[in-house]
Design a protein around this ligand. Structure first.
Ligand code: BES
Ligand code: MN
Ligand code: ZN
Length: 495
């Protein structure tokens, strides 16, 4: 898709030869100058249709009107943004997503999108609209042989006041959307093709293209490092595990060092504590944390901030077999703590514990962030749109929540409840991998991870079990993987 930005003027609005000309409108503010300019050329058609269809600009409302050759464009699409006070970056992303959907439905080849002055920073508004548009066009259709439709859309022109000088913004948006698309594609790919070695190979390829350094630890290196937790989880698998390390190094001296760690369980059958059929259905998405970390590194590399960022993908399957690790096993973690396996389905925290330990010793990061589809309990608590955020550091929580809010990837902070820590005590090892009771499952998982964080390291844990996938399309998200975390992390690390 060819994206460009041009100046928004009455002549440019009337002359566009787009198949769809999209115009966002604020609720109950129908005295819009661009709507008026268009409507004058259309002899009042827009205003009449708008009144008849009771289009008032409510969020999500849209109206498509044929122009019958009275202006250059063949259809005008009015999209409601909601109340003026609620119009932010995310509203523009949703607008872009709606436009993408309608343009695709009518098989438009050329699209013009008005980005009017709405009290938002122009660059942010343009970027957000382009982002919603690009992400809204995403489909995972590589396996469709009958119903697959090539994208009809060839060109989208964003018309904004002073837009002609903002072309550079769209390059940044394209890079960011590529990073999100990469993460979505990997999560959507079935687990029998996206194995741990394939995930690692995909990371190698993406790293080469983005100018990131790449390293991988295979079975031998993992054994030499003493990563018994990660190795135990992978033992029943026919597939070799991998711990991938990616690194972005800024040109000058870094302002800070950040390490990201992603859960990369390419399929989670639960191990011997096997999941039900229903519980297993979507478990190809259990590497969404790793995909988000990879996407974030690719996105950061394109922005080049003064921050050193490393990314770790802890890749393995959690399946069943004669060699499977067993409930009751006692394992020695890389960090030295011993762990009683009380449930083989709590595998994410095991692989993350070893990866967190390695990341800290290897990089000595100031900040350590992990992203994981860690617990069903977190999705029960917060629903499918919001990630759980755990950190003892108020300022880090605030910074991550703000980044999430700005990019439309909401997080909600949950507590690291100190009194629940004793539920992880084991009589035979330093800790158990699941708590004794079933309550507070997202919290006890986070407490387990915290046990592997060293003094002085600013750590935060994002549980994305809910928002990693969506079962129905919404805004600029297609059904399936969302790429949740990529845009949040890039905003947090590179503004
Ligand atoms: N990958 C799952 C968590 C999950 C569940 C993600 C549902 C997305 C949707 C994780 O490995 C797991 O199985 N967690 C268990 C923990 C339990 C055994 C303490 C869970 O949430 O049931
Ligand atoms: Mn599990
Ligand atoms: Zn899992």
């Amino acid at each position: 898709l060819d994206l460009e930005a041009r100046d928004l003027t009455t002549p440019s609005l009337l002359a566009t030869t787009a198949h769809v000309l999209a115009l966002p409108l604020v609720e109950d503010a129908m005295a819009d100058p661009w709507l008026a300019a268009l409507d004058e050329a259309l002899g009042g058609l827009l205003e009449r249709t708008r009144a008849e269809e009771e289009f008032s600009g409510k969020r999500g409302q849209s109206l498509l009107v044929h122009t019958h050759g009275k202006v250059g464009g063949s259809r005008v699409l009015l999209v409601g943004l909601g109340k003026g006070a609620s119009v932010d970056e995310e509203a523009m992303r949703r607008f872009g997503g709606t436009v993408a959907r309608v343009a695709d439905k009518v098989r438009a080849r050329r699209l013009a999108v008005v980005v009017p002055e709405l009290g938002l920073d122009l660059e942010r508004a343009l970027a957000a609209t382009a982002e919603g548009l690009t992400l809204g066009l995403y489909r995972f259709d590589r396996y469709l042989t009958q119903d697959r439709q090539e994208l009809a859309l060839e060109q989208a022109v964003l018309l904004a006041p002073g837009g002609g000088s903002q072309a550079h913004v769209l390059g940044g948006t394209r890079d960011l959307c590529r990073a999100v698309t990469l993460a979505r594609d990997l999560v959507n790919e079935p687990a029998s093709t996206l194995t741990p070695t394939r995930l690692s190979a995909a990371a190698r390829e993406a790293a080469a293209a983005a100018g990131l350094s790449f390293e991988e630890l295979g079975p031998r290196e993992l054994a030499a490092e003493g990563m018994e937790l990660l190795r135990a989880v992978s033992r029943a698998s026919e597939e070799e595990p991998r711990l991938v390390r990616l690194a972005y190094t800024p040109a000058g001296p870094p302002l800070r060092k950040v390490a990201l760690v992603g859960k990369g369980i390419t399929f989670d059958a639960g191990g011997l504590d096997i999941k039900s059929a229903e519980g297993m259905a979507d478990m190809k998405d259990d590497m969404a944390g790793a995909a988000a970390v990879l996407g974030a590194l690719v996105g950061v590399a394109a922005r080049r901030p003064q921050v050193a960022v490393t990314g770790y993908l802890a890749c393995t399957e959690n399946v069943v077999g004669a060699r499977a690790y067993k409930p009751g096993d006692v394992l020695r973690s890389r960090a030295g703590l011993t762990v009683e396996v009380t449930n083989t389905d709590a595998e994410g925290r095991l692989v993350l514990a070893d990866a967190l330990s390695y990341a800290q010793d290897r990089d000595r990061p100031d900040e350590l962030l992990d992203v994981a589809t860690l617990t069903g309990a977190c999705a029960v608590a917060l629903g499918l749109h919001t990630a759980g955020l755990f950190t003892p550091h108020d300022d880090l929580a605030q910074s991550l929540c703000r980044a999430g809010e700005a990019v439309g990837e909401p997080c909600w902070r949950l507590p690291l409840t100190e009194s629940l820590r004793e539920s992880l005590k084991s009589p035979v090892a330093d800790t158990r991998n699941t708590s004794t009771g079933r309550w507070g499952g997202a919290i006890t998982a986070a407490l387990f991870l915290q046990g592997f964080v060293k003094e002085g390291v600013r750590w935060a844990h994002l549980d994305v079990a809910g928002p990693a996938m969506t079962d129905k399309e919404r805004d600029y998200l297609a059904r399936g993987a969302t790429g949740f975390g990529v845009r949040l992390l890039v905003r947090h690390l590179a503004g």
